[in-house]
Ligand binder design. Sequence first.
Ligand code: LLP
Length: 418
Amino acid sequence: MHFFEYKDQELYCEDTNISEIAGKVKTPFYLYSHATLERHFRVFDEAFRGIDHITCFSMKSNSNGAILKLFSQAGGGVDIVSGGELYRALKAGMSPDKIVYSGVGKTAEEIEYALEADILMFNAESPQEIIRLNEVAGSIGKKARIAIRVNPDVDPQTHPYISTGLKENKFGIDINKSFDEYVKASKMDNIEVTGVSCHIGSQLTRVSPFVDALKKVKELIARLDDSGIKIKNLDLGGGLGVTYNDEKPPLPDEYAAALRENLGGMGLTLILEPGRVIMANSGILVAKVLYTKANEDKNFTVVDAAMNDLARPSLYGSYHSVKPVKMDSTDVINMDIVGPICESGDFLAKNREMASLKQGDLIAVMSAGAYGFAMSSTYNSRPRVAEVMVKGHKYYTIRERETYEDLVKGEIIPDFIK
Ligand code: LLP
């Protein structure tokens, strides 16, 4: 459920008319609904009521400081994957004891930074990384609290680029080999084994792969327990899917119930790393039609947002619903909605049947709050767009549009060229 709705044929975000925001901040821009963000976080978190748990928002989906602060104030933590994410999280006031750190390629500098910050747990993804964690912790007189991220070889039945829990994927340590690695890690001087972690993929639309993975992880925890290695934290990652088009993913309550049934009094702290389920439908990308043109086969609508602003359609062939901000046409045509970038892969929607658009019309690219701005770039020297948040009938810029000066910031022309 979200708060982007038509009132008298005009699209609103909560009580704010989107055309009016566009008139002030110019297009393109990302727009987030405060009420939706708050609701999504709360619904997810409350689905696990009664279970000792931490909702660690997966900030790779959206790392804007205002959004992070909102979730931190709601009691959340974060799942990070880089030193940069740690920096942003700390700056937004996230409590270090609610920060978990995943990723296959943590550098020694990043590890040291996270140890100094005293984060809750590293999710280690290889035997060599565990050795590195032990070394770095020893060099600064700290202990690294770790989980091993296990790869359970469960098919999440999602897009191959966002499947992570199969043997062919680069993530984690094979669950069948992880026991031996736990034994080794538990003997290291500067390692404290505290958890098991597992994330099998993103945009999952069924609960069964989560449950299959949980069952395998449970067996591992029992085996570790028998050999004296006590696990405190069970990190089940993120991955719950959303509706972009006609998908019917389980609701957070159904997801939580399925996990709950299989957790059965394990007496652990459960860590969850939702990203998309909270963010995707809390944000949209607003763009303006620059030109329309047609040939015998196709209608093209050229808008001022492009694949650098929203990479998902080009990168994964993802579907994002596109809505007119003002519903003033009833003439339905088939069109490609494309951006100004010089690549045929630059499209936001292909073969879309929708009401025709004309120059100057505004469109809303829906479900763009997750992996939208976060994956944007300045390709074709296009400054990154603004981010705006609506609360009720007011809007707030939460990141300014970049300028041309920002594009060249840090560039140095060496003397021999001058
Ligand atoms: N935890 C870990 C360790 C992850 O790798 C991810 C996502 C998450 C949590 C959050 O997953 P979520 O709840 O958002 O599904 N750029 C792609 C998605 C990449 C997801 C990568 N990992 C997209 O736009 O669909």
